[in-house]
Design a protein. Structure first.
Length: 284
């Protein structure tokens, strides 16, 4: 696996690859502390026959909470081993100067409800940081395919919009959420949960699957959300930010799941001092 810290060296390598290898370039951006969810993105890229580029960069401008940024896990050595074993071809490992130059600052973006609702409302500036950094990375890598995890559903919709607006040549692939055997969605932040907290965090996926089941059984959306909240999300360690059913492409709430629309149950909930998000698709 090649490792590049500079965008110029990366671009030169990829120019050479484009002329010598008849493979599309597939790209998966990450913030490291890699788990099997991330590795599934690499697998998916390989499945698509791609020459695979992964980036690890903990982007300061997408953290609205500086404590979260300061405590974000960094495990570069282990990450490199996992990526090499997964067959990743290139790791891009830039620093702040490489990504931002002298001023670490995000542009401001407005994609309507996609950037305004849920994560957009609760984490001011988060999507500005995400769109800014992903745009920069797309320009540096110039990929044919990009791979994003459905775990961050709203982020996927934001990036889909970015691609439509500024990178029409890129094909985006959404990769289903990888879960632990007990249902907990894999996340780099899970390592910050104590054993008790981790057990309590199972309530998030339990609530999502319960809502999905109730709606499938004919319960109304609002009734399903109220029942699951009462049954799963009352634990003193949990602080629910939202549990809702949305139309995925607009991230707007729905009261009815209409056939032919793509809807999801979404949740954000604090478990002690760790903020977790998860979702399940209703129409997959
Ligand atoms: P992150 O390092 O958290 O910024 O995530 C990098 C990429 O990995 C994003 O596209 C995430 O959606 C994806 N990802 C994170 N966790 C999972 C998971 N459990 N399953 C699938 N993809 C994931």
């Amino acid at each position: 696996m090649f490792v590049f810290k500079s965008a110029a060296a990366l671009a030169q390598h990829l120019r050479q690859i484009r002329t010598s290898v008849a493979q599309p370039i597939g790209f998966a951006p990450t913030m490291g502390a890699l788990h099997n969810g991330h590795l599934r993105l690499i697998e998916s890229a390989k499945h698509h026959g791609c020459y695979v580029v992964c980036s690890i960069y903990v982007n300061p401008t997408q953290f609205n909470n500086m404590e979260d940024f300061a405590r974000y896990p960094i495990t570069i050595e282990a990450d490199m081993e996992k990526l090499a074993a997964a067959g990743c071809d290139v790791l891009f490992l830039p620093d702040n100067k490489e990504m931002y130059g002298a001023e670490v600052r995000a542009e401001v973006y407005d994609y309507g409800s996609i950037t305004a609702n849920y994560e957009g409302a609760l984490r001011p500036g988060h999507f500005d940081g995400v769109i800014t950094i992903v745009g920069k990375l797309f320009n540096m890598v110039n990929p044919d395919y990009v791979f994003f995890g459905q775990k961050d559903l709203q982020q996927c919709m934001v990036i889909r919009n970015l691609i439509k607006a500024a990178f029409p040549g890129i094909q985006m692939e959404l990769v289903p959420t990888v879960r632990e055997a007990d249902g907990l969605a894999m996340s780099s932040r899970n390592v910050r949960l104590s054993e008790t907290e981790r057990q309590t965090a199972l309530s998030l996926s339990a609530a999502l699957f319960a809502v999905k089941q109730m709606i499938t059984n004919g319960e109304s959306v609002r009734q399903a959300l109220a029942s699951a909240t009462a049954q799963y999300l009352q634990h003193p360690l949990l602080k629910l930010e939202y549990l809702d059913v949305v139309q995925s492409d607009t991230m707007t709430p729905v009261d009815k799941v209409l056939p032919g629309t793509s809807c999801a149950v979404i949740i954000a909930c604090w478990c002690a001092s760790v903020r977790l998000i998860d979702n399940v698709l209703l129409t997959d």
